[in-house]
Design a protein around this ligand. Structure first.
Ligand SMILES: C[S@@+](CC[C@H](N)C(=O)[O-])C[C@H]1O[C@@H](n2cnc3c(N)ncnc32)[C@H](O)[C@@H]1O
Length: 302
């Protein structure tokens, strides 16, 4: 049983995040989506762990370092970071989602990892212990801020002078067919949005434009900003059979959000289309589809 996260004044952080500048995201990640991520955690981790590991290698983590894992979700990266810093290090997993943090805390307790702690908060507004961390890390947890420059300036306040930032974020949808083909299958059968979606709105593809990301990080006060393009095939669904992978894809990301209220018949139709769209990617060990990400790095002056 995980206690409700409260701040020093005993105010429920969930409540505050839901009233704050990222209220919509707080609701999204605390409701069905957060619970789905918990249920599908092992599959998601199997699919994206190699990307997170590459980002960790770029971060040049040393034993004894203090790290914040931003938008840590169910904690797989938090625990992997903890293994890298060892018992003399410290890793704080920060997330807005209570159900995902509950899963992360259970995982840490099962593994007996002492050098991790978790906190429920909005990274954009959370009052960090200033200047204490060596590294801000994130695997796909920083594209959901209503005001990204403000959020990164706030995150930078947690870094010691000369501290580093490394995160991985998705490039444009067309370069990530594993996420966009299921979404296209779903939207074919749903009413079109009244106006075209804003590509910079909080969501998985908000950081697709590298110039925008560089601008955000500079505006937030970071130096030595760099983005590395990483293009890799992903084992979508972590190597599950085709039908299970279709089920998984229909629940995740934009497709999952679009299908939340769908009738069972509509869901079946979309799943058949997802099946047809991904079947040509089937290889011996599962479904392998291209992915494209940015690994961003930057430094706090000083
Ligand atoms: C795509 S998931 C990635 C989770 C995890 N990093 C992983 O790789 O499995 C995005 C995560 O960011 C968290 N998140 C979104 N907005 C946030 C905010 N403003 N502050 C803290 N966490 C946030 C969500 O709750 C979610 O856990």
């Amino acid at each position: 049983m995980v206690p409700v996260a409260t701040d020093q004044r005993g105010i429920d952080m969930t409540q505050r995040a839901e009233d704050g500048p990222n209220a919509q995201q707080a609701e999204y990640w605390n409701d069905v989506s957060g619970r789905r991520w918990v249920e599908m955690g092992d599959v998601i981790d199997a699919q994206i762990a190699p990307l997170g590991r590459t980002a960790m290698e770029r971060a040049g983590i040393e034993p004894g370092e203090r790290i914040v894992d931003v938008g840590c979700g169910c904690g797989q990266t938090t625990l992997e970071l903890a293994a890298r810093v060892g018992e003399k290090g410290r890793v704080l997993g920060l997330d807005i989602s209570q159900p995902m943090l509950e899963s992360a805390r259970d995982r840490a307790a099962r593994e007996g990892t002492k050098q991790v702690s978790f906190e429920q908060a909005d990274a954009q507004t959370h009052e960090f212990e200033a200047g204490t961390f060596d590294l801000l890390f994130s695997r796909f947890g920083v594209m959901f801020f209503s005001s990204p420059a403000e959020a990164f300036a706030n995150l930078r306040s947690a870094l010691r002078p000369g501290g580093r930032l490394t995160f991985i974020a998705w490039q444009e949808p067309n370069k990530n067919p594993w996420m966009i083909l299921p979404a296209m299958a779903a939207f074919k059968h749903l009413p079109a949005p009244e106006s075209p979606p804003d590509p910079t709105a909080p969501g998985p593809f908000a950081f697709a434009d590298p110039e925008r990301v560089e601008g955000i990080l500079r505006e937030a006060g970071f130096q030595d900003v760099g983005l590395e393009a990483l293009e890799r095939d992903l084992l979508v669904g972590g190597g599950r059979p085709l039908d299970e992978t279709v089920e998984f894809l229909a629940q995740l990301g934009p497709a999952g959000a679009a299908l939340r209220e769908a009738s069972p018949e509509l869901r079946q139709t979309v799943m058949r289309e997802i099946h047809d769209a991904i079947t040509s990617y089937q290889v011996d060990d599962g479904i392998r589809m291209p992915s494209a990400t940015w690994i961003a790095s930057a430094r706090n002056p000083g």
